[in-house]
Design a protein around this ligand. Structure first.
Ligand code: PAN
Ligand code: ZN
Length: 197
């Protein structure tokens, strides 16, 4: 039997999609290698491995024709002078886009492609970001006391390539300096291997 359309509530205050979602949690240890301050990182992992972010996914088949959506909640905090953030990824199917809509908090979506271009778009409630195909993306919470809550939608067959970012990092780091944020070059970044045409 074909499934019929459905509606669902997005609870912004509790950052949840009641009854429909599967919740995934990531602790700091999942971000090993992504922060500059490795001693600070190790210390925080030893001291309890804090919860960095949660994803509430609306359950749908991971197939083309479907849309996958859900809430991403990045908690506030820093490792050294770098903010809490998601692992970040390319979509396995590079030619798939994504839309994020910010519901709460203040943050950035850091993006880059394999041709060397990078950009960052600010998240504030009511702002959306369109991630064009072929751009890796990472959410960064710029607030030191409030969750960053975004709603995302992407094609069901996109898949996630985490390995490229795990080994290369992002070109830019987002750091807290003089009471505000700054984007600085990531000295550990290495260009992804170019696939010859
Ligand atoms: C989002 C992200 C979510 C968590 O659903 O998966 O924000 O970030 P990581 O997947 O990088 O841990 C998305 O971009 N999906 O494609
Ligand atoms: Zn994505």
């Amino acid at each position: 039997m074909k499934e019929r359309p459905f509606g669902f509530e997005i609870d912004i205050a509790d950052a949840a999609i009641p009854a429909r979602d599967r919740c995934m949690q990531r602790r700091l240890s999942a971000l090993r290698g992504q922060y500059q301050d490795t001693a600070g990182f190790d210390h925080m992992v030893e001291q309890g491995d804090p919860l960095i972010y949660e994803v509430h996914e609306v359950l749908r088949p991971e197939s083309s024709g479907e849309l996958l959506s859900g809430l991403s909640i990045v908690h506030p905090g820093r490792v050294g002078d770098e903010y809490f953030m998601t692992k970040g990824h390319y979509h396995s199917v590079r030619g798939t886009a994504e839309i994020y809509y910010c519901l709460k908090g203040h943050g950035l979506l850091l993006m880059e492609n394999e041709d060397g271009d990078w950009t960052a778009e600010e998240f504030r409630p009511g702002r959306a970001v369109y991630v064009t195909p072929n751009y890796a993306h990472r959410s960064v919470n710029l607030s030191l006391n409030e969750d960053l809550v975004t709603f995302f939608v992407y094609p069901g067959h996109a898949g996630h390539d985490y390995a490229t970012i795990e080994s290369n990092g992002f070109r830019k780091r987002v750091v807290h300096r003089d009471g505000t944020f700054e984007l600085i070059d990531n000295p550990a970044w290495s260009a992804p291997a170019q696939v010859s045409a």
